[in-house]
Design a protein around this ligand. Sequence first.
Ligand code: ADP
Length: 670
Amino acid sequence: MALTIGKLLIANRGEIACRVIRTARRLGVRTVAVYSDADAGAQHVKQADEAYRIGPAPARESYLKIEAVIAAAKQSGADAIHPGYGFLSENAEFAEACAQAGIVFVGPPASSIRAMGGKSAAKALMEKAGVPVVPGYHGEAQDLKTFTAEAKRIGYPVLIKASAGGGGKGMRIVETEGGLAEAVEGAQREAKSAFGDDRLLVEKYLLRPRHIEIQVFADGHGNAVYLFERDCSIQRRHQKVIEEAPAPGMTAERRRAMGEAAVRAAQAVGYRGAGTVEFIAAPDGTFYFMEMNTRLQVEHPVTEMITGQDLVEWQLRVAQGEALPLTQDQLRINGHAFEVRLYAEDPARDFLPATGTLRHLRFPATGPHVRVDTGVTAGDAVSIHYDPMIAKLIVWDRDRESARRRLVGALADTEIVGLSTNRSFLATLAAHPSFAGGEVDTGFIARHRTALVPPPAPAPETAIGLVALALMLTRQSQAQEEARRSSDPYSPWHLAGGWRLNDDAHHVLRLRDPVAGEIAVTVHFRGSGVLVDLPGASVMARGTLLGTRLDAMLGGVRHHATFLRRGDELTLVIAGHNHTLMLANPLAEAGDGAVGSGGLTAPMPGKIVALRVAAGAAVKRGAPLLVLEAMKMEHTIAAPADGVVERLRYKVGDQVEEGAELVAFKVAEA
Ligand code: ADP
């Protein structure tokens, strides 16, 4: 049936906004994006048919501003709003504001959101509906005496949670009574500042549990179904990083029991639309209600992959009053799917979020086995303002092991340069034998931490060899460019390899490895290739460098890699893994002084605003050569040593790329 929603506003950003736009477009629905100042050039803005600015970068002044979103919806003539996840998706006032403005809210009724909004009230409601809840205390009294008595009754260890909680905030594990007072105080403080509500609940802390959640859907005609489970046990800091469907080891009976309990939970709050009922399961399979998320989840794609359904399409159909597209009996599980969340974060520093610019970004090829949901492209920034998720990789295959291998492959085909990410961590995790064996529970990452977050290792010889080759290929193309520009293109002086035409033209590269320290690599020119003397062995290398793509033969082995240079920083990406080396002494790269580039490259993209010298000028070390304007600031590029400016490669007003060579510089003889 055709949709009656003609225009949909997406009150969100990033990958989820792009994902909703994709389905809307497929269904012929016009799309409207909203954006903050930080997102004026973002993908979701480019992909939507229209886009409206709703405020400055901080979310509370833009994406969380109900009036601004409603105003954009009215201005654009949108007849429905999809809230995505996060932001206003579980905000009952927002759902009401939509209704008041005569706009369809693609989500449950405000009353369902309210009923499930507080963990304590929701648990009380679920108990009444006959849904098993985690043994614990979720009453009104909030004094330490009550908590102490209740914790004793429940039995240690206990978990303290913020009733208004989310994102793991305000959560404290308490092992013994001695630690209770401090934990309560800390949790109250954190809950107050995060949610403006310091009410707590106490639960039995389950050991080695699994997080298993059920996707439910209900319509306005009294139908409700479950679209099976997702296992989201692989977590760090109590937050999900890998999700899969179906759950390893799930039996048909338990699936039905959990599914039916989840449907009861939804029906108890008069639910409509997509929702997720989260359960925590003990090792023996006993499961308990934790909370219900009254929106689409980040990990919904794994359910889509195994059911073949588009959950956003279901949401839109239900929102405009249609019945659910399928009945419970018509739903089937086909194969196995995984999702990994690629985050800008540092696993070695307890997964601290990272920010920065995505200098290079490459995802695996997509198809029936691989899906990539993202809202960024190379050049975009991951800022402090929003969630640091870069993308979700979703893989599917006929069984868990085949899907897991797809996951390992997809992560190897993912390249991200510019900021720290969890890509290598996820790759190690996906390849871990215990993970392969289905040993999933919420303690997995902590238990295998040493294997999953190994100490930094020196770059392997292959990486060093490829870096040496890539540098030689860069020089060669620079020399050819010189030759093309100069009056005598056939001059032997332009050949990067044989500028002395002696028996053994060679370069000594001095590289610095962050772990191993300085490494000297001698590169000898040999016909179409180079012989690289690595610390361990000498290998022949040849290949091509097209842009950042390096295709090489190294010691008889073919390698496809990515090579990026920024100033003296050299990054080589092989099988998704980044190896970064520094040119320890860039001037040494000039070898015998033929075409000394002296590392005079643009430290960032910018515009040449002044030239301080002319070609041919002899200068002292530190003399200003030119001025580059980047990010609204001026940067003076100075002479690295006494020498001669052989050539200025750009003129005032030219735009330059990061890493572009600005000046050909010849160092004076000592
Ligand atoms: P939030 O809403 O802050 O994300 P949740 O209640 O969803 O918090 O819990 C997040 C995670 O914390 C769960 O997925 C699980 O790993 C862990 N957790 C929650 N409750 C318990 C419990 N009672 N015992 C053990 N682990 C728990």
